[in-house]
Design a binder for this molecule. Structure first.
Ligand SMILES: [Zn+2]
Length: 674
């Protein structure tokens, strides 16, 4: 017989177990892990790495990454060589190793490239194998070391202090997540659980900003990893840790809600990461305030600091709208990752539009076409890359807009690699109703599970973003019913969906449309996204030419001048003899529908060069002799009055515009002329 006391004790034990055991209400998707309670049901679910195979031009970008800097960075740059702190050595012990891996790991597994997997695995294994009993992993603090290298002495001393810094660990957690998503290696879940137990024990005495201020600004990354693990393990302590991390992170929500002035002193890369932070927290708080804050934040950033290529200028601090101010390459890829995260969490198609804008303009522009050099800052109007004077808020010997290995600053050398591989991973998603969603578009092939555990393979054939038709062909799998979702970009007012050649629907701009049917092998779903030339207005009412997700710029013929290093990984200045100081004729700006002539060409494997530009837009322009160089930048852009832009007596000339991402030297923001 139970005594009342015993019964009560057992009841309370059951109650405690009930409280501690997470609710195991299964999300609707039965094929993939997605958010579990109490987190919101995320509408789009990432597919395991390797499910999406890039093809065509985007497949070629990944091959170039493997052949170029991403695949060889450890051989050419001491900061990530075998002496790195994350491999137990005395080299860089902060963010650079993890940053590189954040791109290398998804790249290696998407391509299933044995050599790259071997390279990446060395770092992952080191972290997994050297976790301490208390859960800490990573470079071991050791303040006894002598500093011999005078150039790096100060930085290394600071690095010793920063070895335990929460910030680079946040990046390494993302790396182990990618590794898990590619391999399902169970060690990762255990490893991350132990680390978060360590963090929970330490975080009150050593809050996020204990070692550096970066972790406080970037705590959203930490929070996202906590929820990622929680979805696999359901450990309740992770929810508690999440609350503490959120409390200690800089409030991006308040920043976005309150900021209105033009002179915010925010750091550009922090802002790129911070954009998703309220959204990550929304998953737990379920308070719409946080979703709204992200939208408000991006709107304000673009209004006050926006550039034609879809990001804000920040060189390194937010820099206003002048097209001679720069955007750092880290900001480009971090903002892309934030938008990818927001698309999955919110399901809001506008994040897809913003993502394509940044990825298909700013990302190709910052890379040398062979992926052997990158920029630190890019400019919308950039007619030379040299060491003359620039108007940047933070400078590094005036090398900031050169192409090179470490020109400007090394963070971008380590960090830009995540751009294309993560974009590929976000082309397709699973949905909660066991369907499939194509949310951003590029040539690819996906193999995923739909319906009741049915494996299907779809091929996506397209010349997008240069061409306006996207074809999805059901290549492999049995006949089965499931919903197929498509994103209709906000810029497309007359999209049409066809199934097997027959019109299926005319979905609204800025929506997600659903095609439900019993899919059979050979079925063809086609999306037509007609692209019109449109004008957007920027600094001093300058005009930019857009068509679909692409911005079009006057591309100047480039002369690359090697100034340091050994080919192929050298540093370059870039010059052009082409004239650039054109104003666009007013009638083109006022009547884009009837004036511009669009010429389409073949989309080759390498469309992102001046020579291979798959689309050219012909316009008329006049030279503005008063608009001249000012140091290493174009002088102040002449203001364009609405009614009567400045009239010039000389005749107008035809100019050829190409996609912004095809250019290194260009004018993308044009004054108006008559
Ligand atoms: Zn950077």
């Amino acid at each position: 017989m139970y005594s009342t006391k015993k019964l009560l004790r057992n009841l309370s034990l059951i109650l405690i177990i009930m409280i501690l055991t997470p609710l195991t209400i299964q999300a609707k998707n039965i094929n993939y892990i997605s958010n579990r309670e109490p987190l919101i049901e995320n509408p789009y679910i990432a597919l395991p790495i390797g499910s999406i195979k890039p093809k065509g031009w985007i497949g070629h970008q990944l091959k170039l990454a493997a052949k170029g800097m991403t695949g060889h960075l450890d051989e050419i740059w001491k900061d990530v060589d075998s002496n790195n702190g994350w491999l137990g050595g005395s080299g860089d012990a902060w963010e650079r190793g993890p940053y590189w891996l954040d791109g290398l790991v998804p790249l290696a597994y998407i391509l299933n490239d044995k050599e790259l997997i071997k390279k990446a695995k060395k770092w992952i294994d080191y972290s997994l194998d050297h976790q301490q009993a208390d859960g800490y992993f990573g470079p071991v603090p050791d303040t006894s070391r002598a500093f011999e290298d005078s150039k790096w002495g100060r930085r290394q001393k600071w690095q010793e202090k920063a070895k335990q810094d929460w910030w680079p660990h946040m990046v390494m957690l993302k790396v182990t997540q990618s590794y898990y998503e590619a391999t399902q290696d169970e060690q990762v879940l255990d490893f991350m659980t132990k680390y978060f137990q360590y963090q929970l024990k330490q975080i009150k005495q050593k809050p996020l900003n204990h070692w550096t201020h970066w972790a406080k600004s970037r705590g959203g990354e930490n929070l996202a990893s906590i929820y990622w693990l929680y979805n696999y393990t359901g450990d309740p302590f992770l929810i508690e840790l999440g609350e503490i991390i959120f409390e200690q992170t800089l409030s991006w929500t308040e920043r976005f809600e309150s900021a209105d002035a033009q002179d915010w002193d925010w750091h550009g890369v922090n802002t790129g990461m911070g954009v998703k932070q309220p959204g990550v927290w929304y998953q737990y708080s379920k308070d719409d305030r946080y979703l709204k804050a992200v939208k408000t934040g991006v709107d304000k950033l673009m209004k006050n600091h926006g550039q034609v290529y879809g990001l804000w200028a920040a060189d390194e601090l937010l820099a206003g709208k002048d097209p001679t101010r720069g955007t750092e390459s880290c900001t480009v890829v971090e903002y892309m990752f934030s938008l990818e995260t927001m698309l999955q969490i919110s399901g809001d198609p506008e994040y897809g539009d913003w993502l394509e804008k940044a990825a298909l303009n700013a990302l190709p522009a910052l890379l040398k076409p062979d992926h052997c050099a990158r920029q630190y800052y890019q400019l919308a109007n950039q007619v030379v890359c040299n060491r003359e004077w620039h108007n940047f808020s933070t400078k590094h010997d005036e090398t900031e807009n050169l192409f090179g290995l470490e020109t400007g600053y090394g963070c971008c050398t380590a960090n830009y690699h995540q751009g294309w591989p993560k974009y590929v991973n976000n082309l397709w998603h699973a949905t909660q109703d066991n369907g499939l969603a194509a949310l951003i578009y590029a040539p690819s092939e996906v193999t995923a599970k739909v319906g009741d555990n049915v494996q299907v393979t779809f091929v996506e054939e397209t010349g997008y973003p240069f061409k306006d038709r996207i074809k999805f062909i059901y290549k492999k799998g049995k006949e089965t019913a499931f919903p197929f979702y498509l994103r209709i970009p906000g810029w497309c007012k007359n999209a049409v969906v066809y199934v097997n050649g027959k019109e299926y629907g005319k979905p609204q701009a800025g929506s997600i449309t659903k095609v439900t049917r019993r899919w059979k092998k050979g079925d063809v779903l086609e999306l037509h996204l007609p692209m019109k030339v449109q004008i957007s207005f920027w600094h001093e009412r300058s005009a930019a030419v857009e068509r679909g997700p692409l911005v079009y710029a006057l591309g100047l013929k480039e002369e690359w001048k090697k100034i340091a290093g050994d080919e192929p990984y050298a540093d370059y200045e870039v010059y052009s003899k082409d004239p650039w100081n054109y104003g666009l004729m007013r009638n083109y700006i006022n009547h884009p529908d009837t004036t511009f002539i669009v010429k389409e060409f073949e989309v080759t494997d390498l469309p992102w060069t001046l020579e291979n530009a798959p689309v050219k837009i012909i316009a008329k322009a006049k030279k503005m002799p008063e608009w001249q160089m000012y140091g290493g930048i174009t002088g102040p852009i002449p203001y364009s009055p609405y009614w009567y832009p400045k009239k010039y007596k000389h005749a107008a000339k035809e100019i050829e515009l190409v996609p912004y991402g095809c250019t290194k030297l260009r004018v993308a923001a044009f004054p108006a002329v008559r």
